[in-house]
Design a protein. Structure first.
Length: 322
């Protein structure tokens, strides 16, 4: 796509719609790979960053294409930040997200700005930094409201609910979850979702309901585990091979809820399936998210099936990333 001189320096070129479309397609392929196999398999995203940067800085870009090409560059930085987070590299992730924010803001793309803040919030949330997560989600909400994207608002409200649940605020968690439901329903009548938010369909909404309720069942009251199981089972059944990481995380929480309820047969069966699936995904998040299940199962280590699963979980969590 980029022509070079004999010494390897890029030559100025005229940028066309097809160039932007090819880059958008490349980012789409990498995003699908991330969903299916985890961030550890998306190293080629750096090449897309280099190509988009070369086009912007060395090409003759028509004014009508400037925002589109900048959006592609911001989106791939956003994806790279997510893949860094997925393999446990928080600081490189934050740097990528910071660069993505600069470019998306300059391009005037509010829904992408909202999505980047959502992903920055998830970095905090994974480390149980509730205040940091809520601050990023609040910034994202402002950008989402300005952009008019109801799907972005649904994503942010659902994740705010998760953060509040983690902090033990049941009322705020359920209030934000209801707001997410409303925004998600309204998003259904909107045009085709943007690539960075298109993942958030009914299956992910069900998974987020189950996630918030799992957190409440763990932190506030075990009574939430029944509905959490219903929502998580629904999501797990709908996730296919193209969303293997999401399915593995959902199964972990499903097993956790069964363990909370004392149903060890289901907890060990589903937990074993979760470990099998997570072992084929290049992500540290399933490893980290298995910790609550491990703690719950430790109370019942007198059971042979539980002991076997505990051994598998500990071996998996201490092992290298794919």
């Amino acid at each position: 796509m980029v022509t070079t001189t004999g010494d390897g320096s890029p030559l100025p070129i005229n940028i066309e719609n097809t160039d932007a479309a090819e880059l958008e397609a490349a980012v789409g392929v990498l995003r699908a790979l991330d969903y299916r196999q985890g961030g550890g398999f998306c190293r080629d995203a750096v090449r897309v960053v280099k190509t988009a940067s070369l086009l912007l800085h060395w090409g003759t870009v028509p004014e009508a294409l400037q925002a589109r090409l900048s959006t592609v560059l911001a989106d791939v930085h956003n994806l790279l930040g997510w893949t860094e987070f997925d393999i446990g590299h928080d600081e490189p992730a934050r740097r990528r997200f910071g660069r993505a924010l600069e470019i998306a803001t300059a391009a005037g793309n509010g829904s992408l700005v909202a999505n980047i803040h959502y992903r920055l919030g998830r970095v905090h949330l994974h480390r149980h930094d509730v205040a940091g997560a809520l601050a990023e989600f609040a910034r994202g909400r402002v950008a989402a409201e300005r952009s008019g994207s109801r799907r972005a608002l649904a994503i942010l409200a659902a994740n705010e609910a998760w953060a509040h649940a983690m902090g033990g605020d049941e009322h705020a968690a359920l209030t934000r979850l209801a707001e997410a439901e409303t925004a998600f329903t309204e998003a259904g009548s909107w045009p085709e979702p943007r690539p960075w938010e298109a993942f958030f369909q009914e299956t992910d909404m069900a998974a987020m309901r189950g996630t918030v309720l799992t957190e409440l069942a763990t932190v506030v009251a075990a009574r939430h585990s029944g509905e959490a199981i219903t929502q998580l089972a629904r999501a797990a059944d709908r996730y296919g091979a193209d969303m293997a990481r999401s399915r593995s995380l959902t199964l972990v929480m499903l097993a956790q809820n069964h363990a909370l309820r004392g149903d060890l047969d289901e907890a060990t069966r589903i937990g074993g399936e979760a470990v099998d699936l997570a072992g084929n995904v290049g992500s540290v998040r399933p490893k980290d998210r298995l910790a609550p299940l491990e703690r719950l199962l430790t109370r019942h280590r007198g059971d042979a099936a539980v002991r076997n699963l505990l051994h598998r979980i500990r071996r998996f969590r201490s092992g290298p990333l794919l």
